[in-house]
Design a protein around this ligand. Structure first.
Ligand code: 2AM
Ligand code: CA
Length: 269
């Protein structure tokens, strides 16, 4: 994808993200119809569906040859990342949207032949737009984000951690996780993978790790974190395959090895 094409797609994607966010803000206290998906705590509302439908119709109208992977099922049945693929989470952090009315985001990643070209994460209630185009840096609203520091004292780091690591303990033994959370300065859990990626990009979190995420949770975040020099892998330091669910570690490169080699690989089950 050349710069001119990327700029044109970015301009439209940004316009649609801001418009969708504004609609959600206007309707934030409207009564919600809430359904569940995989389990009783996996929520979806009409707002999730309407927002994804809004993106799908706009994209297909302007770019009928682009593919869409969306959380709520309006997208295409995508088996490869060939061509231009929009990877969309209309509301990332639906539980926050339903219960807290904040800390949820619209996440749009645009890939071309498997390469992340554009990332947009819109923290709707905070009205913060995190954005990046490949090779052109990352921005929070109009301000460019600085590159992540090359040096970071691991003991002074704050990690975003999903509680499932500690409770269900699927991949790593509990002792290693306990050691890790005691070694760093603190942990946080915001409940939206997209927002946690954005926080890593802006440096307010030094890393974020979680399990079982899908492409729409992370596609935009990967592009944005990449533009400030951060790295995103599975929790064991392997490349992520966006076509499969995956564990995720995104962080400042200064602490990546310490987390993976020092804790996660040692605790691998
Ligand atoms: P969602 O709100 O779009 O479903 C919460 O820790 C983060 O994990 C959110 O980004 C949430 O995305 C994501 N997630 C993925 N699968 C989930 C599930 N089965 N239940 C709850 N959150 C899930
Ligand atoms: Ca999501």
């Amino acid at each position: 994808m050349n710069k001119q094409e990327r700029d044109a797609i970015y301009g439209l994607a940004k316009e649609w993200v801001l418009e969708a966010g504004s609609t959600i803000r206007e309707r934030i206290y409207d009564p919600l119809t809430i359904d569940t998906k995989a389990d009783a705590n996996d929520l979806v509302t009409t707002m999730d569906k309407d927002t994804e439908y809004f993106f799908m119709t706009n994209i297909k109208n302007v770019y009928p040859d682009h593919s869409i992977i969306g959380e709520e099922g309006y997208g295409d049945d995508v088996a490869t990342l060939d061509g231009t693929v929009w990877i969309i989470d209309p509301i990332d952090g639906t539980m926050n949207f339903v219960h807290q009315k904040r800390n949820f985001a619209i996440s749009v990643g645009i890939y071309h032949d498997g390469v992340g070209e554009i990332g947009l994460i819109y923290d709707v209630m905070a009205n913060n737009l995190y954005s990046a185009k490949r090779g052109e840096g990352a921005f929070k609203n109009e301000k460019e984000l600085p590159a992540l520091p090359q040096q970071k004292n691991f003991h002074e780091s704050i990690l975003g951690v999903n509680h499932f690591w500690l409770c269900e303990n699927h991949l790593v033994n509990e002792k290693q996780m306990q050691d890790l959370v005691r070694t760093v300065r603190g942990t946080r859990s915001y409940g939206s993978a997209a927002i946690e990626f954005a926080f890593v990009a802006e440096g307010s979190l030094d890393g974020y790790m979680t399990m079982g995420l899908s492409a729409w949770d992370i596609a935009a975040g990967i592009v944005i974190v990449n533009e400030v020099g951060g790295v995103t892998t599975t929790s064991f330091g392997e490349p992520i395959n966006l076509l499969k669910k995956s564990s995720v570690l995104t962080c400042n490169p200064a602490i990546q090895e310490q987390i993976v080699d020092g804790f996660l690989l040692k605790g691998r089950k």
